[in-house]
Design a protein around this ligand. Structure first.
Ligand SMILES: [Mn+2]
Length: 368
């Protein structure tokens, strides 16, 4: 059984400035390299390293990144590394780089490579440009009749209708392969079995860049042979991106209670995360949360934190005796109804709830 390590979508050298400050982004870029090195140190006993595209975020690869890659690939001691370029790092990017003698990059016309010692055939093809998918389809590769056949490819199997898709794939494309090592989708969603028993998987982006990438992905490692595999996904992110929605039972009246609630939620996910706090619910009249203050107080627990205030002021359920508006008439009628039932009774609670819901509905109507 051949042992493989499969990664994709590292997006090294990404600007990362849409979710981070300039200095946070610089730290995250260095953490991307740190995580890459950590993954490579797990590759000591594999027969082949597979990189399914978007190793780089764009065409400009920094000297530092290049130096780390060359060193890590060299430290593999001759273990072959295969790369199928993605839409972010198409083939021409690699033509300019020297990544080492054990690294092979598949061109858009595709390539087939046999490793006889472990009876393994690797088929791959790269993007030729950002909007130029490989020229060869996955089913066009000639499979080896006795070896384990692996497909290495950057493409989109999500099938989201109407969305722009790079190199659309379907599970049927993997028929005849033992494993399809894919890249492009940034969230790992299991090791899947397709038609004819072919396994396929996306390892996910190792270090998440934003909240849509959650806790990030990792790498896939293990053995694969004809019709058999023991592959596992290993999470690799140094830190995850976490969103916490905070709402309190009653209307909130001070920042301290929000900070204390936020701190305990943040700590439940672990310190050092990339955090977004969304304040929800209602506030006592006269109090508005101070998002900047709350952010300052949480800074020590997080790598980065943003605070969004989506609270709304408490409902005003008062109505003047002489007010003839629909709202006032409704409030007075529902109050009367509620008071007809004993305090604490089910009927009274229902009437009080109906009062609130009705006024809430009228308020949102006004806003719309
Ligand atoms: Mn990608």
């Amino acid at each position: 059984m051949a042992r493989i390590l499969h990664i994709a979508d590292l997006h090294l050298d990404a600007p990362l400035t849409s979710n981070f400050t300039v200095s946070e982004a610089a730290v995250r870029r260095s953490e991307q390299l740190e995580t890459f090195s950590r993954i490579m140190s797990a590759a000591g006993d594999v027969d082949v390293v597979l990189i399914a595209g978007d190793l780089f975020d764009g065409e400009n690869v920094s000297r530092e990144t290049l130096s780390v890659l060359a060193r890590e690939f060299e430290s593999l001691g001759g273990i072959p590394v295969f790369i199928s370029p993605g839409n972010h790092d198409p083939y021409p990017v690699y033509e300019r780089l020297d990544l080492g003698e054990n690294v092979r990059v598949f061109p858009p016309t595709g390539g087939v490579f046999d490793i006889d010692e472990c009876r393994l055939r690797i088929c791959g093809a790269g993007f030729g440009a950002r909007n130029s998918a490989p020229k060869i389809g996955p089913s066009e590769f000639e499979k080896h009749e006795e070896y384990t056949n692996i497909l290495l490819l950057h493409g989109d199997i999500s099938g989201a209708p109407g969305s722009e898709r790079y190199n659309p794939l379907t599970a049927a494309d993997f028929n005849g392969f033992d494993y399809a090592a894919l890249g492009h989708i940034h969230r790992h969603d299991g090791i899947n079995e397709g038609i004819g028993g072919a396994l396929w998987a996306y390892p996910g982006i190792p270090e998440p860049r934003g909240f849509d990438e959650g806790e990030g992905g990792g790498y896939i490692i293990g053995g694969v042979s004809r019709g058999k595999a023991s592959l596992e996904h290993v999470p690799a992110a140094k830190r995850g991106c976490r969103v916490y929605e905070l709402s309190q039972d009653g209307p909130v009246s001070d920042n301290e209670s929000l900070i204390s609630l936020a701190s305990s939620r943040v700590m439940s996910g672990g310190a050092g995360g990339i955090v977004r706090i969304i304040l929800k619910g209602r506030t006592k009249s006269g109090f508005r949360p101070d998002a900047a203050l709350i952010k300052d107080r949480l800074r020590g627990l997080c790598f980065s934190v943003e605070v969004r205030d989506e609270t709304v002021p408490e409902l005003d359920l008062t109505a003047d005796e002489n007010d003839g508006s629909l709202r006032a008439v409704y409030i007075k009628a529902m109050r009367k109804k509620a008071l007809a039932f004993p305090v604490g009774s089910r009927e009274r609670k229902i009437a009080e709830r109906a009062l609130r819901l009705g006024v809430e509905a009228m308020e949102s109507e006004k806003g719309a």
